[in-house]
Design a binder for this molecule. Structure first.
Ligand SMILES: Nc1nc2c(c(=O)[nH]1)N[C@H]1C(S)=C(S)[C@@H](COP(=O)(O)O)O[C@H]1N2
Ligand SMILES: [Mo]
Length: 417
C-alpha cells in the first residue's frame, strides 16, 4: 500500500513490544496516521527514517571541536552518593569509554590546577624530589591497557539487577604515564625501604600503604587515559595506578609518596578495606583482585528469543592473564569452554562469547573464569564458607542469570543459606 502523506505521529511503541515482529525486519519508531494514495486514512507503523528527515537530502552538521554520541545512544553511569557505575552491558570490546569509567570518590572530585600541583617523593630516599606534571612527562613514558576495580564491587539480593548494578565498579582504560620504578631510581630509594605511603590531594587526603616491591614491579604514575589527559574523575593531573590491585590503592590526585620500612596502618587499610576470614579474624592488605567474570548478554532487563544466541561477557584477573572461561547453560550442571576474543592482556578485562541455542526451556546461564595462577572463580556459597557470611570486600562470586519461559532474563539472587 503506497503511503501518500503522514498526517500525524501518534505514539512511540512501548519498549516491551518487539519492533522486529511488528514490521517484519524494518526498524520502526512510531505509529503514524497516514493517508493512502486512495485517500483512505489508516494507522500504520512507520520506519525511523520516515519520521526523521531523510539524511541524504540535507547537509549534515559540520565538523566540530569535540565529538558527540548519537542521540539514539543512551548509555550512562549510575550515580549514588559515593560512586557511579559503568554500564558493562553496553560495552563493545574491552576499552571503557573515558566518560563511562566508574567513579569512586571519598570526598568528591577536586578541581586541580596542574600548574600548582606537585608530587613530593621523600622518606627513605637518597634525594627527596618534587615533580610537576611537566617534569613527569619528560621521563620515558609507558602505556598499558588494564582494569581498575573497586574491591567493594558487589551488589545482590534481588532479581531486577543489571550487570552495571551488580558489578559496575570496574572499568578498563589504556593508561599512559611514567613507571614508578623510574622515579624510584631518580630519588634513590634506600634498600631498607619496604613500604611507601601514597597520598591524594583531594578533600579526603586519601592515604594507602603500598609495598615498595609493587612499585618496582609495575606501578605507574598515570597522567593520560585512552589518549587524552586523565579525566578529573580519574585523578587529573595524575594518579598512582597499581595494575591488578584493589582500586583504593590507586590513589588519585596524587601529591605525595613517602618511603618507609613499615606500613602506616591508615584508616583505609584498617577500619576499611579489610575483610573477615572467620573466627572474628580479619585479613588486611588484601591487594590482589581475584578473578571474576560476568555474562553481560543476555542479562536483566533484556529479553531473549528462541534460536541461536551469542552469550557475551567480560572476564578478568588481578593476578595475570585469563586462561579459560567456562559457560553453563543448564544451571551449572555442565560447562563448556567459551571463546576468548583477542587481545588477552595481563590484568585486563577480556571478552568471552559462547554460542547457545535456546529452545524455550526455563534455565540458568552462568560463567566462571580461571586465571593463569590456576585460581577459579568461586560460588557465593564457597566465599561465605571461607570467610563467614559478613560479606565485605573482594566478593567475586559466579553470577547466574535466570532465563524464564517467556524469554525474560533475571538476576539469580544468591542462595547460600
Ligand atoms: N585521592 C583519592 N584517591 C582515590 C579515591 C579517593 O576517594 N581519593 N578513591 C579510591 C577508590 S575506593 C577507588 S575504587 C578508585 C576509583 O577510581 P576511579 O574513580 O578512577 O574509577 O580510586 C581510589 N583512589
Ligand atoms: Mo574502592
Amino acid at each position: 500500500m503506497k503511503i501518500d502523506k503522514i498526517i500525524e505521529i501518534t505514539q512511540r511503541f512501548p519498549e516491551k513490544l518487539s519492533r522486529r515482529k511488528l514490521l517484519g525486519g524494518a526498524a520502526t519508531a512510531a505509529v503514524a496516521i497516514v493517508q493512502t494514495a486512495k485517500g483512505q486514512t489508516i494507522q500504520k507503523a512507520v520506519p525511523e527514517n520516515a519520521i526523521y528527515e531523510d539524511p541524504t537530502k540535507k547537509l549534515g552538521t559540520l565538523a566540530g571541536e569535540i565529538g558527540t554520541r548519537s542521540p539514539f545512544v543512551k548509555s550512562v553511569k549510575k550515580p549514588s552518593d559515593i560512586s557511579s557505575r559503568s554500564p558493562l552491558q553496553d560495552f563493545y570490546g574491552i576499552i571503557t569509554p573515558s566518560d563511562l569509567h566508574f567513579e569512586r570518590h571519598h570526598a568528591g572530585v577536586p578541581v586541580i590546577n596542574p600548574n600548582k600541583h606537585e608530587l613530593v617523593i621523600h622518606g627513605l630516599v637518597e634525594k627527596p624530589l618534587v615533580f610537576t606534571l611537566a617534569d613527569l612527562k619528560r621521563f620515558p613514558s609507558v602505556s598499558r591497557i588494564a582494569f581498575i576495580e573497586c574491591s567493594g564491587n558487589f551488589r545482590g539480593g534481588k532479581e531486577n539487577l543489571t550487570p552495571q548494578e551488580i558489578c559496575g565498579l570496574t572499568s578498563q582504560s589504556e593508561w599512559t604515564g611514567v613507571k614508578l620504578s623510574t622515579l624510584f631510581r631518580e630519588v634513590g630509594v634506600k634498600p631498607n625501604a619496604s613500604w611507601f605511603l601514597a597520598e591524594g590531594g583531594d578533600a579526603a587526603v586519601m592515604t594507602r600503604s603500598i609495598p615498595v616491591k609493587k612499585g618496582w614491579e609495575d606501578s605507574i604514575i598515570a597522567y593520560a587515559q585512552n589518549g587524552e589527559p586523565i579525566r578529573p574523575e580519574q585523578g587529573y593531573p595524575f594518579r598512582l595506578f597499581n595494575p591488578g590491585w584493589e582500586g583504593n590503592t590507586s590513589v588519585k590526585w596524587l601529591r605525595r609518596l613517602e618511603l618507609s620500612d613499615t606500613p602506616y596502618y591508615t584508616r583505609e587499610e584498617t577500619s576499611k578495606y579489610t575483610e573477615p576470614i572467620k573466627d572474628g579474624k580479619f585479613r588486611i592488605f588484601s591487594f590482589d583482585i581475584d578473578a571474576r567474570s560476568i555474562i553481560t548478554f543476555p542479562s536483566f532487563p533484556q529479553q531473549v528469543e528462541k534460536g541461536w544466541i551469542e552469550i557475551r561477557g567480560l572476564a578478568w584477573s588481578g593476578r595475570g592473564k585469563v586462561v579459560k572461561v567456562e559457560v553453563s547453560t543448564d544451571a551449572g550442571k555442565n560447562w563448556q569452554i567459551a571463546q576468548l576474543n583477542d587481545p588477552i592482556l595481563d590484568k585486563a578485562h577480556v571478552q568471552f562469547r559462547h554460542l547457545w541455542q535456546w529452545k524455550g526451556e526455563e534455565t540458568e546461564i552462568l560463567s566462571r573464569v580461571t586465571d593463569e595462577t590456576g585460581y577459579t572463580q568461586p560460588t557465593l556459597k564457597q566465599l561465605f564458607e571461607a570467610r563467614g557470611n559478613d560479606g565485605g570486600y573482594h566478593m567475586n562470586p559466579i553470577t547466574a542469570w535466570q532465563i524464564k519461559k517467556d524469554g525474560k532474563v533475571l538476576f539469580k539472587p544468591e542462595t547460600f543459606k
